[in-house]
Write a new protein. Structure first.
Length: 246
Protein backbone atom coordinates (compact mmCIF):
# COMPACT_ATOMS: atom_id res chain seq x y z
CA UNK A 1 0.00 0.00 0.00
CA UNK A 2 2.89 2.37 0.77
CA UNK A 3 4.30 1.88 -2.73
CA UNK A 4 0.87 2.55 -4.23
CA UNK A 5 0.48 5.82 -2.31
CA UNK A 6 3.98 6.95 -3.23
CA UNK A 7 3.33 6.34 -6.94
CA UNK A 8 0.05 8.26 -6.81
CA UNK A 9 1.67 11.18 -4.97
CA UNK A 10 4.42 11.39 -7.58
CA UNK A 11 1.91 11.30 -10.44
CA UNK A 12 -0.20 14.01 -8.80
CA UNK A 13 2.85 16.20 -8.27
CA UNK A 14 3.88 15.88 -11.92
CA UNK A 15 0.37 16.83 -13.07
CA UNK A 16 0.15 19.83 -10.73
CA UNK A 17 3.56 21.19 -11.71
CA UNK A 18 2.83 20.78 -15.41
CA UNK A 19 -0.51 22.57 -15.17
CA UNK A 20 0.94 25.40 -13.07
CA UNK A 21 3.77 25.89 -15.55
CA UNK A 22 1.40 26.08 -18.49
CA UNK A 23 -0.88 28.59 -16.78
CA UNK A 24 2.07 30.71 -15.66
CA UNK A 25 3.37 30.85 -19.23
CA UNK A 26 -0.05 31.98 -20.47
CA UNK A 27 -0.15 34.77 -17.87
CA UNK A 28 3.31 36.10 -18.73
CA UNK A 29 2.57 36.12 -22.45
CA UNK A 30 -0.44 38.42 -22.03
CA UNK A 31 1.02 40.91 -19.50
CA UNK A 32 2.61 43.44 -21.88
CA UNK A 33 1.30 46.95 -22.49
CA UNK A 34 0.20 47.09 -26.14
CA UNK A 35 -1.25 49.55 -28.67
CA UNK A 36 -4.21 48.77 -30.94
CA UNK A 37 -4.61 48.55 -33.85
CA UNK A 38 -1.15 47.22 -34.54
CA UNK A 39 -0.72 49.28 -37.73
CA UNK A 40 -1.89 52.36 -39.63
CA UNK A 41 -1.03 53.81 -43.04
CA UNK A 42 1.67 56.47 -43.06
CA UNK A 43 0.16 59.93 -42.79
CA UNK A 44 -3.21 58.52 -41.69
CA UNK A 45 -5.68 61.09 -40.38
CA UNK A 46 -8.54 61.16 -37.87
CA UNK A 47 -7.94 57.83 -36.13
CA UNK A 48 -7.83 56.34 -32.65
CA UNK A 49 -5.05 54.56 -30.76
CA UNK A 50 -5.95 52.31 -27.84
CA UNK A 51 -3.33 51.59 -25.18
CA UNK A 52 -4.17 48.36 -23.35
CA UNK A 53 -2.65 48.14 -19.85
CA UNK A 54 -2.98 44.81 -18.00
CA UNK A 55 -2.20 44.42 -14.30
CA UNK A 56 0.51 41.79 -13.83
CA UNK A 57 0.86 41.98 -10.03
CA UNK A 58 -1.04 39.68 -7.65
CA UNK A 59 -0.94 41.92 -4.58
CA UNK A 60 -0.90 45.46 -6.02
CA UNK A 61 -3.04 47.61 -8.32
CA UNK A 62 -1.93 49.84 -11.19
CA UNK A 63 -2.49 53.45 -10.12
CA UNK A 64 -0.60 55.47 -12.73
CA UNK A 65 0.08 55.11 -16.46
CA UNK A 66 2.46 57.37 -18.40
CA UNK A 67 2.63 57.13 -22.20
CA UNK A 68 5.40 59.03 -24.01
CA UNK A 69 4.76 60.07 -27.61
CA UNK A 70 7.75 60.51 -29.94
CA UNK A 71 8.60 64.09 -30.88
CA UNK A 72 11.12 63.27 -33.62
CA UNK A 73 8.15 61.88 -35.59
CA UNK A 74 5.26 63.67 -33.85
CA UNK A 75 1.63 62.61 -33.69
CA UNK A 76 -0.46 65.69 -34.45
CA UNK A 77 -3.85 66.76 -33.11
CA UNK A 78 -3.88 64.46 -30.06
CA UNK A 79 -7.08 64.33 -27.99
CA UNK A 80 -7.66 62.18 -24.90
CA UNK A 81 -10.93 60.33 -24.38
CA UNK A 82 -12.41 60.84 -20.88
CA UNK A 83 -11.77 57.70 -18.82
CA UNK A 84 -14.11 56.82 -15.96
CA UNK A 85 -12.23 57.15 -12.67
CA UNK A 86 -9.05 58.46 -14.29
CA UNK A 87 -7.69 61.99 -14.74
CA UNK A 88 -5.52 62.63 -17.80
CA UNK A 89 -2.72 65.20 -17.89
CA UNK A 90 -1.46 66.11 -21.36
CA UNK A 91 2.05 67.55 -21.78
CA UNK A 92 3.17 69.30 -24.97
CA UNK A 93 6.72 70.05 -26.14
CA UNK A 94 8.37 72.28 -28.72
CA UNK A 95 9.35 70.38 -31.86
CA UNK A 96 12.97 70.54 -33.01
CA UNK A 97 11.68 70.39 -36.56
CA UNK A 98 8.29 72.09 -37.16
CA UNK A 99 5.80 70.17 -39.28
CA UNK A 100 4.12 71.84 -42.25
CA UNK A 101 0.46 70.91 -42.80
CA UNK A 102 -2.41 72.18 -44.94
CA UNK A 103 -3.57 74.17 -41.90
CA UNK A 104 -0.21 75.79 -41.25
CA UNK A 105 3.08 75.01 -39.53
CA UNK A 106 2.94 73.00 -36.28
CA UNK A 107 5.61 73.90 -33.71
CA UNK A 108 4.23 72.04 -30.67
CA UNK A 109 2.98 68.49 -30.17
CA UNK A 110 1.88 66.21 -27.33
CA UNK A 111 4.88 64.42 -25.83
CA UNK A 112 3.35 62.75 -22.77
CA UNK A 113 -0.03 61.64 -21.41
CA UNK A 114 -0.34 60.68 -17.73
CA UNK A 115 -3.40 58.96 -16.27
CA UNK A 116 -3.88 58.96 -12.48
CA UNK A 117 -6.68 58.55 -9.94
CA UNK A 118 -7.98 55.21 -11.19
CA UNK A 119 -7.09 51.63 -10.33
CA UNK A 120 -6.46 48.46 -12.33
CA UNK A 121 -6.82 45.49 -9.97
CA UNK A 122 -5.07 42.13 -10.23
CA UNK A 123 -6.36 40.07 -13.14
CA UNK A 124 -7.84 43.13 -14.88
CA UNK A 125 -6.84 45.54 -17.66
CA UNK A 126 -7.80 49.03 -18.82
CA UNK A 127 -8.03 50.51 -22.33
CA UNK A 128 -6.95 54.14 -22.73
CA UNK A 129 -8.14 55.74 -26.00
CA UNK A 130 -6.26 58.55 -27.72
CA UNK A 131 -7.55 60.24 -30.89
CA UNK A 132 -5.13 61.79 -33.38
CA UNK A 133 -5.41 64.22 -36.26
CA UNK A 134 -2.48 62.97 -38.31
CA UNK A 135 0.30 60.38 -38.08
CA UNK A 136 3.80 61.02 -39.48
CA UNK A 137 4.67 59.75 -42.97
CA UNK A 138 8.48 59.70 -42.62
CA UNK A 139 9.00 56.60 -40.47
CA UNK A 140 8.06 52.91 -40.48
CA UNK A 141 6.98 52.63 -36.86
CA UNK A 142 6.28 54.58 -33.69
CA UNK A 143 7.35 53.38 -30.23
CA UNK A 144 5.28 54.66 -27.30
CA UNK A 145 7.44 54.17 -24.21
CA UNK A 146 5.23 53.58 -21.18
CA UNK A 147 5.70 53.61 -17.39
CA UNK A 148 3.28 51.58 -15.26
CA UNK A 149 3.20 52.44 -11.53
CA UNK A 150 1.73 50.11 -8.89
CA UNK A 151 0.18 50.86 -5.50
CA UNK A 152 3.20 49.30 -3.74
CA UNK A 153 5.55 51.78 -5.44
CA UNK A 154 6.87 49.36 -8.07
CA UNK A 155 7.34 50.89 -11.54
CA UNK A 156 7.51 48.75 -14.69
CA UNK A 157 9.26 50.52 -17.57
CA UNK A 158 7.88 49.36 -20.93
CA UNK A 159 10.59 51.14 -22.92
CA UNK A 160 12.69 48.50 -24.69
CA UNK A 161 12.73 48.32 -28.49
CA UNK A 162 13.73 45.14 -30.30
CA UNK A 163 16.38 45.43 -33.00
CA UNK A 164 15.69 43.82 -36.39
CA UNK A 165 15.95 40.05 -36.12
CA UNK A 166 16.21 40.03 -32.30
CA UNK A 167 13.79 38.34 -29.93
CA UNK A 168 11.20 40.40 -28.11
CA UNK A 169 12.77 42.17 -25.10
CA UNK A 170 11.62 41.56 -21.54
CA UNK A 171 9.80 44.90 -21.24
CA UNK A 172 8.89 45.92 -24.80
CA UNK A 173 7.48 49.34 -25.59
CA UNK A 174 4.14 49.40 -27.42
CA UNK A 175 4.92 49.75 -31.14
CA UNK A 176 2.65 50.97 -33.94
CA UNK A 177 3.66 49.84 -37.44
CA UNK A 178 3.24 52.40 -40.22
CA UNK A 179 2.55 50.86 -43.61
CA UNK A 180 3.10 52.34 -47.06
CA UNK A 181 0.54 54.81 -48.35
CA UNK A 182 -2.02 53.44 -50.75
CA UNK A 183 -1.60 54.35 -54.42
CA UNK A 184 -3.84 56.96 -56.02
CA UNK A 185 -5.00 54.84 -58.96
CA UNK A 186 -8.27 53.81 -57.41
CA UNK A 187 -6.94 52.19 -54.25
CA UNK A 188 -7.86 53.30 -50.76
CA UNK A 189 -6.45 56.70 -49.76
CA UNK A 190 -4.55 57.19 -46.48
CA UNK A 191 -7.48 59.12 -44.98
CA UNK A 192 -9.94 56.39 -45.90
CA UNK A 193 -7.55 53.77 -44.59
CA UNK A 194 -7.32 55.62 -41.26
CA UNK A 195 -11.07 55.92 -41.04
CA UNK A 196 -11.48 52.21 -41.69
CA UNK A 197 -8.82 51.34 -39.13
CA UNK A 198 -10.41 53.61 -36.53
CA UNK A 199 -13.78 51.96 -37.06
CA UNK A 200 -12.18 48.55 -36.69
CA UNK A 201 -10.29 49.39 -33.47
CA UNK A 202 -12.89 47.88 -31.13
CA UNK A 203 -13.35 44.77 -33.25
CA UNK A 204 -9.56 44.34 -33.42
CA UNK A 205 -9.29 44.53 -29.65
CA UNK A 206 -12.15 42.06 -29.32
CA UNK A 207 -10.51 39.67 -31.76
CA UNK A 208 -7.23 40.00 -29.85
CA UNK A 209 -8.98 39.10 -26.60
CA UNK A 210 -10.68 36.13 -28.29
CA UNK A 211 -7.33 34.96 -29.63
CA UNK A 212 -5.77 35.25 -26.16
CA UNK A 213 -8.66 33.25 -24.68
CA UNK A 214 -8.22 30.54 -27.30
CA UNK A 215 -4.49 30.39 -26.59
CA UNK A 216 -5.12 30.14 -22.86
CA UNK A 217 -7.66 27.34 -23.38
CA UNK A 218 -5.20 25.49 -25.61
CA UNK A 219 -2.47 25.79 -23.00
CA UNK A 220 -4.87 24.65 -20.29
CA UNK A 221 -5.80 21.57 -22.31
CA UNK A 222 -2.11 20.83 -22.82
CA UNK A 223 -1.60 21.02 -19.06
CA UNK A 224 -4.47 18.61 -18.44
CA UNK A 225 -3.05 16.17 -20.99
CA UNK A 226 0.31 16.26 -19.23
CA UNK A 227 -1.49 15.66 -15.94
CA UNK A 228 -3.34 12.65 -17.34
CA UNK A 229 -0.05 11.23 -18.59
CA UNK A 230 1.38 11.67 -15.10
CA UNK A 231 -1.54 9.79 -13.56
CA UNK A 232 -1.17 7.05 -16.16
CA UNK A 233 2.48 6.71 -15.19
CA UNK A 234 1.42 6.35 -11.56
CA UNK A 235 -1.11 3.67 -12.45
CA UNK A 236 1.55 1.78 -14.41
CA UNK A 237 3.84 1.92 -11.38
CA UNK A 238 1.06 0.49 -9.19
CA UNK A 239 0.47 -2.40 -11.59
CA UNK A 240 4.19 -3.21 -11.64
CA UNK A 241 4.36 -3.14 -7.83
CA UNK A 242 1.48 -5.65 -7.63
CA UNK A 243 2.90 -8.09 -10.20
CA UNK A 244 5.65 -9.68 -7.99
CA UNK A 245 3.14 -10.44 -5.19
CA UNK A 246 0.82 -12.11 -7.73
Amino acid sequence: MSAHRTALRRAGTVAALATAGVLAAAGVASAHVTVHPESYAKGATDGVLTFRVPNEEDKASTTKVQVYLPTDHPVLGVLVTPQNGWTAKVTTSKLKTPVKTDDGTITDAVSQITWTGGKIAAGQYEDFNVAFGQLPDDTDQLAFKTLQTYSDGDVVRWIEEAAAGDDEPENPAPVLKLTAKESEDGDETPAASASTAATATKSTASASSSSSDSTARGLGIAGLIVGVLGLAAGAFAIVRSRTPRS
